[in-house]
Design a protein around this ligand. Structure first.
Ligand SMILES: C[S@@+](CC[C@H](N)C(=O)[O-])C[C@H]1O[C@@H](n2cnc3c(N)ncnc32)[C@H](O)[C@@H]1O
Length: 457
């Protein structure tokens, strides 16, 4: 077998640029092996002996479009499940839909438009439909449009079929499984009443016009776990397009690990328990840069201590090759959203070496991502014990307290982080996350303290 590493840096760049331009998908150092493996497989499948020949076929041949479809099916992760990030479905059914229903009740069309952008196998769009059916008893008397779009035609076909596995049921309450599915031999077929509420269409968020029925004047857009694969420019354009598509007062819901951090936008950020959502209000403030609510694992992992950070009182043992490997594997798992597996690996690392502050930090981050706030809190405290100079651990604790509605404790932790950052050069990387500087973290703490004070006063 040919070694997939034989893909030269120049050739890799060609594919990388082509994919960003065509699909927005960006493969960097942390996840380039997914692309490398897929390219190798597709190059062999098409019978080409070199990557350049395969590239020319993909890019210039009449059948290149068709091949792109196969490549996309291989490189897009369609990971999804029903009621994923259930905190957002609580907001949908308890807050957004009731508000929308009140607002539209007496309008002539009584229309509700919701778009699941990057819908994968339809679980998200159908979860929205179920949420709506549960909230609006006379939904049949309304003009309901729930649109699911994706760039991968294979997942769209599966969405239309709507037959799911036990794993797909995700966070769906058991009563809804019984109510909305017919189960036979471990396969769950969605009932027609739900299917009929949703329409699926092919759409490329990074290249196509935003003109499909159900996109313009949308009330709510879900685009979750899609922009994590895009670079900054693609995300910036997309968020701008979503803003244009939404009707006045409309909402944008992003994934748990996505924010509008470092994106110029005019959305209002609203905090709900365990989640943030964004609202279009034309009269809102000037375009703003949002503050990342939670700073997590870098996509690449640097051995500690990071350059420019002060030595910790408890000296961490030297980084062994095995430990660095484990840490890289954990980063790969996190990027693939395999948080449970990442947690197992990191917990084993922490158990083996309880003084490993970096692994403890990452484990805390992963626990936060899977909603185990109490455990995340305990672990961030442990990080502070091991590395008392970690402003980032204090900052993340502050965010956990915001999520748990404890503004007084949150303010205390942001204050602690600010004290640690005092006198630090603004362009110095913060410990545990080279991508963030002291200057940025200071700004983020000040932003949070400002809004906490505004809320209190
Ligand atoms: C991880 S899934 C997320 C599914 C669902 N939103 C959820 O959170 O459960 C990401 C989806 O985005 C789709 N996607 C990636 N790039 C896209 C693009 N440029 N346009 C439309 N969909 C895209 C992928 O095909 C994949 O189905």
């Amino acid at each position: 077998m040919k070694n997939i590493k034989s893909l030269s840096a120049e050739d890799f760049l060609l594919f990388q640029e082509f994919l960003v331009a065509e699909t927005g998908l960006y493969f960097d150092n942390a996840n380039d092996h997914f692309l490398r493996e897929a390219l190798y497989e597709r190059m062999l499948a098409k019978g080409y002996a070199s990557y350049l020949e395969y590239y020319n076929f993909l890019r210039y041949h009449l059948k290149g479009r068709q091949e792109l479809r196969f490549l996309l099916a291989r490189i897009t992760t369609g990971e999804t499940f029903f009621f994923r990030h259930s905190a957002q479905f609580s907001v949908l059914t308890n807050d957004l839909l009731p508000e929308l229903i009140r607002k539209k009740m007496n309008t002539p069309g009584r229309s509700i438009k919701i778009w699941s952008a990057g819908c994968s196998r339809g679980n998200e769009a159908y979860s929205i439909a179920i949420g709506l059916m549960e909230t609006l008893a006379d939904y049949r008397d309304w003009a309901i449009s729930i649109l699911g779009t994706d760039i991968n035609r294979d997942v769209l076909a599966a969405a239309q079929e709507a037959i799911y596995s036990q794993r797909d049921m995700g966070e769906l309450p058991p009563a809804y499984v019984v109510k909305y599915f017919k189960e036979k031999w471990g396969k769950y077929t969605l009932i027609p009443e739900v299917k009929d509420l949703v329409r699926f269409e092919y759409h490329n968020l990074a290249g196509d016009a935003f003109g499909l029925d159900g996109m313009r004047d949308a009330d709510i857009i879900f685009c979750r776990n899609v922009t994590i694969y895009f670079n900054h420019d693609t995300t910036q354009r997309l968020i701008h397009n979503f803003y244009d598509c939404l009707g006045e007062g409309g909402y944008l819901l992003l994934g748990h690990a996505e924010t509008l951090w470092q994106i110029d936008h005019a959305f209002r950020t609203i905090e709900y328990p365990n989640t943030f959502i964004y609202q279009k209000l034309s009269h809102a403030a000037e375009p703003s840069k949002d503050v990342k609510p939670f700073i997590d694992m870098p996509t690449h992992v640097a051995p500690e201590p990071l350059a420019g950070t002060a030595a910790t009182p408890v000296e961490a043992p030297a980084v062994s090759a095995g430990r660095a490997d484990d840490m890289s594997r954990a980063a790969v798992l996190v990027n693939a959203e395999k948080y449970d597996e990442a947690a197992v690996l990191l917990a084993a690392m922490v158990k083996k070496d309880p003084l490993n502050a970096q692994a403890t930090f990452f484990l805390a981050t992963v626990q936060y991502k899977i909603g185990k706030f109490q455990e995340a809190e305990r672990l961030f405290r442990q990080v502070i014990y091991l590395a008392p100079d970690s402003a980032l651990a204090y900052f993340n604790l502050g965010n956990i307290y915001i999520a748990r509605h404890n503004p007084a404790k949150a303010a205390l932790e942001f204050g602690n982080a600010l004290r640690l950052l005092e006198g630090r050069p603004p362009d110095e990387s913060v410990r545990f996350c080279e991508d963030f500087t002291s200057g940025f973290l200071r700004q983020a703490c000040q932003h949070h303290l400002g809004s906490l004070h505004r809320r209190v006063s």
